[in-house]
Design a protein around this ligand. Structure first.
Ligand SMILES: [Zn+2]
Length: 469
């Protein structure tokens, strides 16, 4: 029974995670993520899987982020009829996240088409990859298992999820595949979290593997150590909202980042330090995701669970307003007073944050606080690179607002943290290591780092490349 693995996304790049394992005619797809950040190129990749969804027997999902789960509805629409394995929290997050993704695609498509008509041009985008209608049937294919509970998912194939500490429910995937020569262990890290004191526990070590597929987002650098994230965030709020009387826009992934930031703001509020400034959480998805975090609070780290005894609502405080309806979101554009707006998406590629940027970037009193990774080519990356103007919904917007950055909230392990994580392995026993989910610079640096630590046969696969194991 030869085993092979082919890489169809997050190969030489950070989005679109999709790796196909084939064992004796059985096809297991690790993640089914959406490509993002490269405009029409990403769109093209999303419209062409590179394999036939009919032929996929099982999907094993590492976590709910859209660049790992976002193409599931299209996979099902194109004929997938197997089981999607995930943790319970990942399933709950996917249910709201995929619907949100569909809704955003539909409304962006409509908005673009309307403007195109007005401006007498062809629409920039083809029709949505999938619609809200496609999401429900997709959710019916999910089955869940808890962390550290081995489960037979096919003849001779056992799956175990271990906590990756990246977002709620995130898992590293451990596959044990029976072979005539003995059991082959394949580990896929998914996205690896941080060893910092935040909402989630540290990434959990995993059993010895023969083949390792490891993410490399920050493979070339460490995060700036932050003593007091609370002070840094408070400093930005004081400066922008109190001294400059401006708006502080925080583009944030609805899942993970938004809850981490609310948790910090809640702590500042509890300590009586947060100025009386309205905080708008403008993303229906963030609101729903926060509810899922509350439901699965047993997955949070110990200190945080203890804190829940004193403050039952770690994400809500005086001054927070949850924005659901599009009209409420639009009303924020007319607001002159200082405020904090937390809105998705984190890379600023989609969602309501684009509207807020469109209305607020031109004003030097305002600031954008970037708290996460922005894929090259994304609007977020352009702003971080110091663009003096950007295109949003067909308009050219001058950038006068300050572009600030905070590292603490990164959900991805830095280089040393990644090395600490895979340090649970005896490198000499790992026969092959594949590095995925990184840009060229991080992949190259991380490959050298792994080789230095004794990992052999370290490969950076290209998109579409297939390897016999
Ligand atoms: Zn992720």
């Amino acid at each position: 029974m030869p085993i092979s693995i082919s890489f169809f996304g997050a190969a030489g790049t950070v989005t679109g995670s999709k790796h196909l394992i084939e064992v004796d005619g059985l096809r297991i797809l690790l993640d089914c993520g959406m490509s993002q950040g490269e405009g029409h190129e990403s769109d093209k990749r999303n419209r062409f899987f590179g394999f036939d969804p009919h032929d996929v027997d099982l999907v094993v999902l590492s976590h709910a982020h859209i660049d790992h789960s976002g193409m599931l509805p299209r996979l099902v629409a194109e004929g997938f009829r197997g089981i999607i394995w995930s943790t319970p929290a990942t399933r709950d997050l996917c249910a709201i996240m995929l619907e949100d993704s569909a809704r955003i695609q539909e409304s962006d498509f409509e908005f673009d088409a309307k403007r195109a008509k007005k401006q007498d041009r062809k629409p920039d985008w083809p029709e949505p990859l999938y619609t809200v209608e496609d999401v429900k049937p997709t959710m019916a294919y999910f089955q869940t298992i808890q962390y550290n509970a081995p489960h037979k998912i096919a003849q001779g194939v056992e799956l175990t999820f271990t906590d990756a500490g990246h977002i709620l429910g995130s898992a590293a995937v451990q596959l044990a595949i029976e072979q005539p020569t003995g059991t082959k262990h394949i580990s896929f890290t998914g996205d690896v979290g941080r060893y910092v004191d935040r909402l989630l526990p540290d990434p959990v070590p995993f059993r010895q593997c023969d083949v390792l597929i490891c993410e490399s987002t920050y493979g070339d650098r460490d995060h700036v150590p932050v003593e007091e994230a609370r002070d840094e965030l408070l400093h930005h709020v004081q400066r922008v909202c109190v001294e400059q009387q401006g708006k502080l826009l925080i583009p944030a992934f609805s899942i993970g980042k938004t809850q981490e930031i609310l948790y910090t703001l809640n702590a500042l509020s509890n300590a009586g330090k947060l100025p009386r400034i309205p905080v708008f959480v403008d993303s229906p998805l963030s609101i729903n995701a926060t509810a899922v975090y509350r439901e699965h609070s047993t997955l949070l780290q110990e200190d945080v669970r203890a804190e829940l005894q004193r403050d039952p609502d770690l994400f809500g405080f005086n001054g927070v307003q949850w924005i659901q309806k599009p009209e409420q979101s639009k009303a924020l554009n007319a607001r002159k007073e200082p405020c904090i707006i937390i809105s998705a998406s984190g890379m600023m590629e989609a969602g309501r944050i684009r509207h807020h940027l469109r209305y607020n970037l031109h004003d030097e009193r305002n600031a954008v606080l970037v708290v996460g990774f922005c894929a090259p080519g994304s609007l977020g990356a352009k702003l971080l690179d110091g663009a003096s103007e950007v295109r949003i919904f067909g308009d050219t917007i001058p950038v006068k607002a300050a572009i600030l950055r905070m590292d603490f909230y990164s959900a991805h392990a830095g280089q040393s943290e990644l090395m600490r994580y895979i340090g649970c392995q005896d490198a000499a026993k790992v026969q092959r290591t594949f590095l995925v989910h990184g840009v060229e610079r991080s992949l190259t640096a991380f490959k050298a780092k792994c080789e230095g630590a004794g990992f052999k046969n370290v490969v950076v696969p290209k998109r579409g490349e297939r390897f016999e194991l």
